[in-house]
Structure formats: C-alpha cells, structure tokens
Design a protein around this ligand. Structure first.
Ligand code: CAA
Length: 258
C-alpha cells in the first residue's frame, strides 16, 4: 500500500508512524485511518519490530475527525457507512505495544486515538480535549467511555460538556498521560521508552499488554484469574528461564522471543 497521509519508518526494533496531513492539522479521514491500520498490522507482523509509536507534528497530533468529510453526512451515511467502526479501531487488534507520542493538539478523534494506544507520552505543549459538543455532535470513537476511565467522571464531563482543552501537566496529573517531556525531546524520549520495551521478551510483552487491557473489560476476580493464566503461560517460554537464569548468573538476558 502506498501511503499518502502517514510516514512510516523503523528505528532499530521500533516502528514509527507519523500522521502527516499538516494542512489539516492531521485531521483523521477514512484514507488516513485505512493507511494507519495497514501500517500497524504490517509492524505487528514484522518479527523485527517489538514496539510501535504513533506521532504527529509539533503543532498537532491530530485535531480530530475530518470535519470537512463529515459536514454533509446524514444518519444513513454514518450508519450504512459504519462510520468510524469500519476502520478506526484496527489499533485495538494490534498485539504489540503502541505508544502515542503527542505534541500539540490531540482533539476529538485525535484524543480518542491516543486513548486507544497503550500509553501516552506528551510533549509539554500537548493539549487534549473532546470539543465535539461545539459541532453539535459527540465523541464517536470511545471518548465518552475511555476518558472517564482515564481521568475520572468529573473531569471527563467537564471536558466533553464545555469543550475546554486540558494541557499536558493537567493530563499527567489526571492520569491520562504517563510522562510529560520537553517538546524538543519528545521523540528521543519516546524512542528510548519504546526501545526498552522492544528489548524485552516479545511474547511476555504481549501477555502483559493483554493482561492490563483485560482490567478494563472485567471485574477484579475475573481479571486476576486472567492474569494468573497468562502468568502461568509465561513459564512455557524459553525467555522466562533465560531471564531468571541471567539474573542469577549476573549477566544480561538474551531473549529469543519464544
Ligand atoms: N477537520 C478538518 N479540518 C481541520 C480540523 C478538523 N478536525 N481541524 C483543523 N482543520 C483545518 C482547518 O480547517 C484549517 O484549514 P484551512 O487552513 O484550509 O482553513 C487548518 O486545519 C488549520 O486549522 P486552524 O486555522 O483552525 O488552526 P488554529 O491554530 O487556528 O486552531 C484548532 C487549531 C484549535 C485545533 C482548530 O483547528 C480546531 O478547533 N479544530 C477542530 C477541532 C475539533 O472540533 N475536533 C473534533 C472533530 S469531530 C470528531 O473528532 C468526532 C469523533 O469523535 C470521531
């Protein structure tokens, strides 16, 4: 597939996808989301890749769904076209970790995309929000569900009902982002984090991602049971024995992703 709205590159064992519609502040349209899904699946299948990063520009991660593409939609266009379900949620089927490296605006569908990543590293100029109410619509890709889980009902209501934007420091305090870094260090720091993850045993990385995500889908007892099954499964890997032996022998582990 030839990409027109994203840039794709690899940095060692990290796959980097840059949203690239600068004239529209990376507004998300169907073509971009098709390309994003294609690139994510390609990295997920690439045995040389251990972690992925999605980023945008310094001004905008993504300013939301493409309003120009939606403006004339009627109900049947949205329903029959299966809008956004059709191609916005491919990322949820990716098994390797995906980090959002966010600078500038992450609004509407852009904020929702960051929340579908596994975690968010924000530049100090990042701004998050769900301003759909100003367009007389509502978040359509999980914002009303993931935001309260991430930052509390009170803050989610505040953001969704007033359209106010939350800066990086507030987002970190509220638990939406894992770290805030200076804008000029965003990619360097994110790549260091991604490289650390990519140096671990890939099957165990995927088990941990699976287990943490399960906590959003199940009650505590069921979630712990799920974790326990995966914990036991880790003892079926070569890398568990290697990791524990390497610790006891005081040497670096040599993981083989099996
Ligand atoms: N869709 C389409 N085009 C967009 C866009 C969007 N979401 N956001 C920005 N653009 C375009 C602008 O139309 C403008 O294009 P032109 O130069 O051709 O006029 C260009 O990007 C630059 O934007 P601005 O001139 O507005 O830049 P600014 O710096 O003054 O403001 C901003 C930046 C505050 C992010 C502002 O652009 C803005 O409010 N954008 C819309 C944000 C929004 O409402 N997002 C939610 C979309 S709905 C949604 O996402 C639904 C869902 O949940 C799936």
């Amino acid at each position: 597939m030839e990409y027109q709205n994203i840039l794709v590159e690899t940095k060692d064992k990290v796959g980097v996808i840059t949203l690239n519609r600068p004239k529209a502040l990376n507004a998300l349209n169907d073509q971009l989301m098709d390309e994003l899904g294609h690139a994510l699946f390609a990295f997920d299948q690439d045995e040389n890749i251990g972690c992925m990063v999605i980023t945008g520009s310094e001004k905008a991660f993504a300013a939301g769904a493409d309003i120009a593409a939606m403006v004339d939609y009627n109900y049947m266009d949205a329903y029959n076209g299966n809008y956004v379900t059709k191609n916005w949620e491919h990322i949820l089927r990716v098994r390797k970790p995906v980090i959002a490296a966010v600078a500038g605006y992450a609004l509407g569908g852009g904020c929702e995309l960051t929340m579908m990543c596994d975690f968010i590293i924000a530049a100090d100029n990042a701004k998050f929000g769900q301003p759909e109410i100003k367009l007389a619509t509502l978040p359509g890709c999980g914002g009303t569900q993931r935001l309260p889980r991430a930052i509390s009902k009170s803050k989610a209501m505040d953001l969704c009902l007033t359209a106010r934007l939350m800066d990086a420091n507030e987002a970190e305090r509220a638990g939406l982002v894992s770290r805030v870094v200076p804008l000029d260090k965003l990619m360097e720091e994110t790549l260091a984090v991604a490289t650390t993850i990519a140096s671990m045993s890939l099957p165990v990385v995927m088990m941990i991602k699976d287990a943490v995500n399960r906590s959003f889908e199940s009650g505590l007892t069921e979630g712990v049971h799920y974790e326990r099954r995966l914990f036991h499964a880790s003892f079926g890997t070569h890398d568990q024995r290697e990791g524990m032996r390497a610790f006891l022998e005081k040497r670096p582990a040599n993981f083989q992703n099996k």
